[in-house]
Design a protein around this ligand. Structure first.
Ligand code: FES
Length: 322
């Protein structure tokens, strides 16, 4: 699928964290050691013909002996999470990518608000540990439908930063998160980090923007593809790849990524659904028909980058740095 170097690995521990959520510990099984990870990073997991992205639970370490991930089995699963739950047991072999981080902490010492919805707690857990280690003030708000469906609660409440953790459970007296109230008590330079289902993130980020938070203080991670990544009404367009000096026609029935590869231009990729950001290419000229869940609204409006696995051109030609 991509030219990302993969690491041979095996599962060394498995546990059930909550309803439909399992945790896996993964060690390198070959000669390539596991690379260091930053808070917010994720890896690609290759299993059963699927490639899926899962955040690393951390804590961050210079030379980790093992990675830890948590995987939610989704009813709307396209098969990836189901394959992980069904096939990955202690001793199972798999291949993983090195960590990539599109959700990095801004280490400027400013206070942070971490907001997680459901399985979105996975990168947030690692971020909380990192902020605590740096003595950066933060609040962690973890929202879920019921405590039975919320992973890692015991770990959070037993952590040295437990006093910064706030649970918001729909069916408990604590009730739902009042985003406006939490945001209103933050200083003007605070950062907001959000991870969870798309609707949840839209609500939290929308509330922040309505309260005057600027996009440079808003950070989010999404694992779901945009609703309409492609359509039958697509039309062909031309890619002018300036670095390789090629003009490439993207047919109506193929992605820009496929067209680039057909022309011999290799672009790294992973999810191929506009989620992970692996295939990001700089745009030199032209307007992009953005169809991804990765770029922010501000980045999309700038038309300076695009994700060829799902996005297309709004005009006849898109000039790219490839
Ligand atoms: S490969 Fe993941 S966004 Fe393009």
């Amino acid at each position: 699928m991509s030219d990302v170097t993969l690491i041979d690995a095996r599962v060394t521990a498995r546990s059930e964290l909550a309803t439909d959520i399992c945790a896996l510990e993964i060690e390198a099984s070959g000669r390539v050691p596991l690379p260091a990870l930053d808070a917010g990073a994720h890896i690609d997991v290759h299993v059963g013909g699927f490639v899926r992205q899962y955040s690393l639970l951390g804590p961050p370490a210079c030379a980790p002996e093992r990675y830890r991930i948590a995987v939610l089995r989704t009813t709307a699963s396209r098969g990836g999470s189901e394959a992980v739950h069904r096939t990955l047991q202690v001793g199972s072999s798999l291949r993983i990518s090195a960590p990539r981080n599109h959700f990095a902490l801004r280490l400027d010492g400013a206070p942070a608000v971490l907001v997680a919805g459901g399985i979105g707690i996975t990168p947030i857990l690692c971020m909380a540990a990192a902020l605590h280690g740096r003595r950066t003030p933060f609040e962690l708000h973890y929202c879920g439908r019921s405590i039975a469906r919320m992973a890692l609660v015991d770990e959070l409440l037993g952590s040295p930063y437990a006093r910064s953790v706030h649970l918001h459970v729909d069916d408990a007296p604590s009730g739902r998160l009042d985003v406006g109230r939490v945001l209103s008590r933050q200083p003007a330079h605070a950062h907001l980090y959000v991870c969870g289902p798309q609707g949840f993130m839209d609500h939290v980020l929308g509330s922040a923007r309505a309260a005057g938070w600027t996009d440079d203080r808003l950070h989010h991670e999404c694992f779901q593809p945009a609703a309409a990544a492609s359509g039958s009404g697509d039309r062909p367009f031309e890619l002018w790849a300036v670095r390789s000096g090629q003009r490439i026609v993207v047919r109506a029935d193929e992605s820009a990524l496929q067209a680039l590869r057909r022309s011999g231009i290799q672009i790294a990729s992973s999810c191929e659904q506009g989620v992970c950001g692996s295939c990001l290419i700089p745009v030199v000229a032209g307007l992009v028909d953005h169809r991804d869940s990765f770029l922010t609204a501000q980045e999309k409006a700038a038309h300076a980058e695009f994700l060829p696995c799902c996005s297309r051109a709004l005009e006849n030609t898109l000039t790219i740095d490839a």
